[in-house]
Design a protein around this ligand. Structure first.
Ligand code: MN
Length: 205
């Protein structure tokens, strides 16, 4: 691992312009028993869902253009992106125009996860699994539950739901579009921002 896994995250952002968290010290959650996962719906230039897993004090991250599915027959491309700070799991809001990732973010799902990656009957750590190109996790989210597998291919990683009690064929992206934290949709947040902007204009006029 790089000495500072969040260097790329810092470099891409102007923290005087974006409300995204500036990373504080690493491994702030050392000693906590379970690891968190989060899926953020991100209405950037291209709408996508960011899937993040807490690993060694940072959030390992993938952008999923079509979003996660609970249907084991659906393969979803997941493009690896830079590590994010743990605080990012709580971020919801709008990244201003001109900034990296400009657009609105909601916390579409979050919860804890358990690593269940095995190879030849041996348990692999997540860093070992990342290195080997295959990760299996058990998610305890509000929307996503049960086993999910991430496998590295030439085109990128592929996310697939495993066949278990958390599998179903409902389109959860459509059926459950709201933030699990604020209850808001992307559209609600955008509307709030627009109102705040017009209030500001009225104040300065
Ligand atoms: Mn994103």
């Amino acid at each position: 691992m790089a000495l500072d896994p969040l260097m790329t995250y810092r470099k891409k952002r102007d923290f005087s312009a974006t409300a995204e968290p500036y990373p504080s010290s690493l491994s702030a959650r050392n000693g906590s028993k379970s690891n968190i996962f989060v899926v953020q719906k991100h209405d950037a230039r291209n709408l996508h869902y960011d899937f993040r897993l807490e690993v060694d004090g940072v959030l390992k991250s993938w952008a999923i253009p079509k979003g996660p599915s609970a249907d084991p027959s659906q393969k979803r491309l997941a493009i690896e992106t830079e590590d994010h700070p743990l605080e990012y799991a709580k971020f919801e809001g709008t990244i201003p125009k001109g900034q990296y990732g400009a657009g609105t973010v909601i916390i579409w799902d979050t919860g804890s996860y358990r690593n269940m990656t095995e190879k030849n009957g041996r348990n692999l750590s997540i860093p070992e699994a990342l290195e080997g190109g295959h990760i299996a996790v058990w998610l305890e989210g509000r929307k996503l539950t049960g086993g999910y597998a991430l496998t590295r291919t030439k085109r990128g990683w592929i996310l697939i739901k495993m066949k278990d009690e958390g599998a179903h064929s409902l389109d959860i992206l459509k059926a459950e579009p709201r933030s699990v934290i604020s209850g808001k949709t992307i559209e609600d947040l955008k509307e709030n921002e627009a109102n705040e902007d017009s209030n500001k204009r009225n104040l300065t006029n």
